[in-house]
Design a protein. Sequence first.
Length: 440
Amino acid sequence: MTTRTLFTNAHIATGQPGSTAAQTAPLQDILVEDGHFAAIGEGLAASLPAQGYDMTGVKTVDLGGKLVTPPFCDTHLHLDYVFTARKPGAVNESGTLFEGIQRWSDTKSDLTVDEIKARARKAVGMELRHGVQYIRSHADVTDPNLTSLKALLELKEELKDTVTIQIVSFPQEGMYSYEGPNGESGADLVEEGLRMGADCVGGIPHFEQCREFGERSMHTVVELASKYDKLIDVHCDETDDPNSRYVELLSALAYRAGIGPRTTASHTCSLGSADNAYFFHLTKLLKAAHINFACAPTENLYLQGRQDTFPKRRGITRVKELTDAGVNVSLGQDSMQDPWYPLGNGNMMIILDYVLHVAQMMSFPEIDDAMKFLTVNGATTLGMLDSYGVEVGKPANFVVLDADSVFNAVYERCDVLRSVRDGRTLFTATTSVDSATELL
Ligand SMILES: [Zn+2]
């Protein structure tokens, strides 16, 4: 039997570039049939019956003039690390990225599949409650047992009807700096992770022991992506060192392999310290390659600038300059209470608020267009644009925000009132964040 719901009185920001629902825009109705958008327009509640459409059995939900957008995308998260910050031995005293990696390495040997899944499940529930339906999570594969990857692959499958999870085969301790107990390199384990079903190839060139290892890892990342037909997401240049320029090599190699749009450079903090002449030259390559950037503003504001006194660098990639150049930038929560960052609750409106401030993107047109960072830009990074957006024919996935325009949503850092997946309401605002795990 066909299930049909008519959502009425919505301000819609479709998720397409420049789609900025304003308070003054006419309210629209959304007809969902069997999990897909069947019709979108003004006055459908009246015009459909007039056109002979049989409204029998159609459930109506009045959205009361609230803002509808596609679901949020968190394009950079570590689900295997969540809620480990207080574990004995895991506390990061210096607040640096590199101590975080050491603390994780020191304390990860007792992880189990079930324990990781329980923590990750709680984190996904919190993200879901904040309007996220698409997550790219890294899974640390510098572990001969690949415990994190096994756990996240199971969770991805179990939750697929509620949330889309992409998994990166990520060598946290390096492709060529890590050596496992049986002589495995990080690169060997990344490849094994791809064979097991990870969606993306990861890397961490700035952490490798020397520049040559970092460069070699970028070649390996692109070769593996081509060999296994996978996406790429590299932790790239997450340092204030302006000489860390692996994004240049990654972009050039991806461009030459014809997989630039399937490639993401995460963090790229060094661009916040690079000089303008270098960035000017690099921009030409980034535009040609069409690679994506993922920025985690709260995380890197906390971790970077740790070797500075004052003036102290912000450690954030050039979100405004990349955006102005037409390069796609999306956002990530990155951490939820792990050895790198003690906070993080999955609320992407907070992440957006930070990036608008720190990147100084607060002209009225920029604010009116800001929701793209959580929506269409995220779907672009994830390579999911074909099935994403509030458009007839696509899966009926959307969120309802407690605002009547994009500007007011940003202004209020508004709450998410409802999340709809394949036409099914996952929650309404009566569900508290504390009980979010029950949504799954
Ligand atoms: Zn990360």
